[in-house]
Design a protein around this ligand. Structure first.
Ligand SMILES: Cc1cc2nc3c(=O)[nH]c(=O)nc-3n(C[C@H](O)[C@H](O)[C@H](O)COP(=O)(O)O)c2cc1C
Length: 208
């Protein structure tokens, strides 16, 4: 079946993250963001796509040049809409959503307690543009502290237990967002399998 071209994101399963920021005045803000992607395997850069207007998150990213991406499990599903609602910038969205802050290690901005992983980020670059007269931006940030809940992480091989973490994901339909999670297929391929000599040139980088 042929779909309208703009529906491209509704057939890509998307992660749901909480991006936390502080305003210039120190007000705590949280917003759900799904348009995010890591940039290439050896880098520590992450890219967030944001509307260029009506986003306190974007204003705060520019003001403070730092933010935290917290990755929730499905148990925080009911906090998504509370944090997505438009509220004035002076509203503390931790209080609004009944979420606790997780103190960050390298930056002042806190993360969200109860998630399964956290990325403390420093602004790297902003690519601001307009599409059909609508402003948007790609925010590139450097992850300067990455942390995962101990109970879902296997220190030996760096794998993590998706059945336990139950990462919150979503798909979209004409009416809205359908929340879901992922299933481990118990199928493994080493990175080296992509290379002619079977060796992963980045293999030495992985041990935490
Ligand atoms: C599941 C979900 C994912 C979202 N992903 C994005 C996104 O990737 N980029 C974006 O600009 N807005 C996204 N939004 C919309 C913002 O979360 C929403 O506009 C929010 O009010 C922004 O809050 P803020 O003004 O505190 O930044 C998403 C909303 C939901 C519910």
């Amino acid at each position: 079946m042929k779909l309208k071209n703009f529906k491209r994101e509704s057939i890509i399963p998307l992660p749901v993250s909480f991006i936390s920021t502080l305003s210039a005045d120190g007000v705590r803000n949280i917003a759900p963001y799904s348009c995010l992607m890591p940039i290439l395997r050896p880098f520590d850069l992450i890219c967030v796509a944001t509307a260029g207007v009506m986003r306190d998150t974007f204003d705060n990213m520019r003001a403070r040049e730092e933010f935290v991406i917290s990755l929730p499990g499905v148990d925080l599903m009911d906090k998504v809409i509370t944090t997505a609602k438009f509220v004035p910038p002076e509203v503390d969205e931790y209080e609004l959503a009944g979420l606790e802050e997780k103190t960050s290690h390298k930056i002042e901005t806190p993360g969200v307690e109860g998630c399964y992983a956290w990325m403390e980020c420093k602004l790297h670059n902003i690519i601001a543009d307009e599409y059909d007269n609508f402003p948007y931006a790609l925010v590139l940030a450097k992850v300067i502290h990455l942390e995962v809940r101990d109970d879902i992480y296997n220190k030996e091989d760096g794998s993590w237990d998706v059945e336990k973490a139950k990462p919150l994901m979503m798909t979209e339909s004409n009416q809205g967002m359908h929340f879901c999670t992922i299933k481990d297929m118990d199928w493994f391929e080493p990175y080296g399998a992509m290379f002619p000599n079977g060796e992963d040139p980045l293999a030495g980088m992985y041990q935490d």
